[in-house]
Design a protein around this ligand. Sequence first.
Ligand SMILES: [Zn+2]
Length: 271
Amino acid sequence: MRIWDCHSHCRGDEKGDDVLRAMDQAGITRINLFAPYPRPRDGVFYREDVRASIDHVAQVQAADPDRIFGLVWAEPRAPGMVEEIEYGIVERGLRGVKMIPDHWSAGDEMLFPIYEKMRALGKPIQFHSGILYGFGDSSQYCRPVLYEALVHFPGLKFSLAHVGWPWIDECIAVFGRFRAAAGYKLERCQMWIDTCRGTPDAWREEALRKAIPFCTMERVMFGVDGHPASLPEYGREHIQKDLALLRNVIGVSQEQIETFFWGACERFYAE
Ligand SMILES: [Zn+2]
């Protein structure tokens, strides 16, 4: 069975061949790999750091662009971010954008040029949502309902990670909001759920039991939230846990399982 890990982080030192080997060991066919975070220096973001982050993930992706989908890490406070997104996607062939709110939120006007650019490019944004263990006290900026602002950008595809944990119900309700905005036509709904870890085991069953029937499996994507070197152990563990949960506990069909591990993300990235 093909497995597409929709959520993985570069650390900045990985080599493409090592990433492919780690994926093979974990049984992962394809991966969405986020560029390393272009960390601020003394509180300032530099365009050259954003460029280096993009060039790094593009070089990793070049090892096998069919298996490694590189994403730009977009930080709206970095100078020239919109142009760097264009560079990453158009010139380097990256597939989308990753964002984590750091004391800004999805409805802030400074993000609108990024949304317009992504909509024009026809590429998706993968957002963090839910409690945030980095970036100081920024969790309040990551509440799922704050992403409702994207309703003003119809046609822009996005995903919310971690099923918004601990705000799982809120995340799923936001999906309902976007489905309604699309006139209840699922194929026009902008939102996908990225179920990468964040939901601890004790909440996992509840999260999937709620998300799958409400959002449909076509919109619920599998993800690990590791980094490439962690995949042989950590990735494999979460593939097996989710597979057992879906097959033996929740009891969904093999076809649905394949949609979870592959088809949902394939639709997210379909042109
Ligand atoms: Zn992550």
